[in-house]
Write a new protein. Structure first.
Length: 245
């Protein structure tokens, strides 16, 4: 459970944030919604039982950076604002990210993933990687008027392209799946699969070769068809640990 405080004076923006949070697969509890500098100073001076702040820059009674002139907040913050000129000031605080309005769900989700990777102590339980994966699950694939079954264990990787999800088998056969990549991720129990970025979930045996990329990221060539992909910055640290198990 991630406890969130929202600092935002526009009701429409608050609703948009809460709606996006409801769609993201992580579990959240919104513990407080604040709309002013004065109330922020009062609340953060006395309350510390929360994990992260979603904070707009312009509030009902002034600039949110006035809060930091009065008190010290040692909690991670995702700034959500329509103004780009405050980015440098934001990262002088415990800023995780600086998102410009209108914020998309994908941007907020990546910012929260970054927060989890940097600040949250709990990591996925990699001890299960040594357990025998479950091979008794199957995908039902519709091909025209026909149906075909594909064992989970036969899938080399899953990917999304132009909002369509696909699976690629180790034999090099590609099939369309009528489910999002997020939904696929929830269905998979075999910990030999790992979501490397927003577009790909891969099996460790689908890795043909790896090389270094910018910002400590990893470039992967997948088999059977030699697909070239890059692990996202946010997922790279966990990916490297996953490889060593």
């Amino acid at each position: 459970m991630i406890k969130i405080v929202i600092v935002e004076d526009e009701l429409v923006a608050v609703k948009r944030l809460t709606d996006m949070l409801a769609l993201i697969s992580m579990t959240f509890q919104i513990v407080k919604i604040i709309d002013s500098v004065e109330e922020s100073i009062s609340f953060f001076s006395e309350n510390h039982d929360f994990d992260i702040i979603l904070m707009d820059v312009h509030l009902a009674d002034g600039n949110s950076f006035d809060i930091f002139k009065q008190i010290t907040i040692k909690k991670p913050i995702i700034f959500t604002t329509a103004y780009s000129e405050f980015a440098i000031d934001a990262f002088k605080q415990y800023a995780v990210d600086y998102l410009l309005k209108p914020i998309r769900k994908e941007q907020l989700e990546l910012a929260l993933e970054k927060y989890k990777n940097i600040f949250r102590k709990e990591l996925p339980d990699y001890t299960q990687l040594t357990e025998k994966p479950s091979n008794d699950k199957r995908w039902m694939i519709k091909i025209g008027q026909n149906l075909r079954m594909v064992d989970f264990a036969d899938v080399a990787y899953y990917f999304t392209k132009e909002k369509i999800s696909y699976l690629m088998t180790f034999e090099g056969k590609k099939f369309v799946l009528d489910i999002t990549l997020e939904g696929i991720e929830l269905q998979i129990s075999d910990q030999n699969y790992f979501r490397i970025n927003r577009q790909f979930i891969i099996h460790r045996n689908a890795i043909d070769s790896m090389s270094t990329h910018t910002k400590s990221r990893v470039r992967i060539k997948l088999k059977p068809l030699g697909e070239d992909v890059v692990v996202s910055t946010e997922r790279s640290p966990i990916f490297k640990k996953w490889l060593l198990i």
